[in-house]
Design a protein around this ligand. Structure first.
Ligand code: NI
Length: 169
């Protein structure tokens, strides 16, 4: 089932999400629906707050469905190490049509739980590191435009306000 993606302006996107404690059938269903929603959008990452749920989990697939090994679900993720930096263009499904240059760590080491609650570690680079950093931010209510200079952030916000007025948001 494709879920509705919450867009910027909805206060849920700036709230902190709660830990997942139940690894039940409901969670399995949610994860399935989140993958379906992300692929349909299309996007490479989707966090639970973006579908209106304040839960600490996200799905990602930097191969856009081409490589099943890159299909990942991270539940209660904790970033334990960040190294280096990369500057690149970034988008967000809650900001349709908005792409900005964002600085992120080049390498990220993250510990998370899988769909059954088992812990695992990921040591990742480049686009995957960017994605984990962006999606983990969502769980703390942090959005990618916060990395912009105040001037650039203001430009993006004004662009969005205009689109809201035009009914294009
Ligand atoms: Ni996002």
């Amino acid at each position: 089932m494709i879920l509705e993606i919450v867009k910027y302006g909805d206060p849920i996107l700036t709230r902190s999400a709660e830990r997942v404690t139940e690894f039940d059938e409901k969670l399995h269903k949610l994860v399935d629906n989140m993958f379906e929603t992300m692929y349909a959008a299309p996007g490479v990452g989707l966090a639970a707050p973006q579908v209106g749920l304040l839960k600490r989990l996200f799905v990602m697939d930097c191969s856009s469905g081409k490589d099943t090994k890159q299909k990942l679900v991270l539940i209660n993720p904790v970033i334990n190490m960040e190294e280096g930096e990369q500057i690149g263009e970034e988008g967000c499904l809650s900001f349709p049509g908005i792409y900005v240059q964002v600085k992120r760590p080049q390498r990220v080491v993250v510990r998370a739980q899988d769909i059954n609650g088992s812990e695992f570690d990921l040591d990742i680079l480049d686009l995957e590191a960017r994605c984990v950093s962006h999606e983990t931010d969502h769980l703390d209510g942090d959005l990618f435009i916060e990395y912009l200079s105040p001037l650039k952030r203001d430009l993006v916000k004004r662009k969005i306000k205009k689109r809201i007025k035009q009914g294009d948001w």
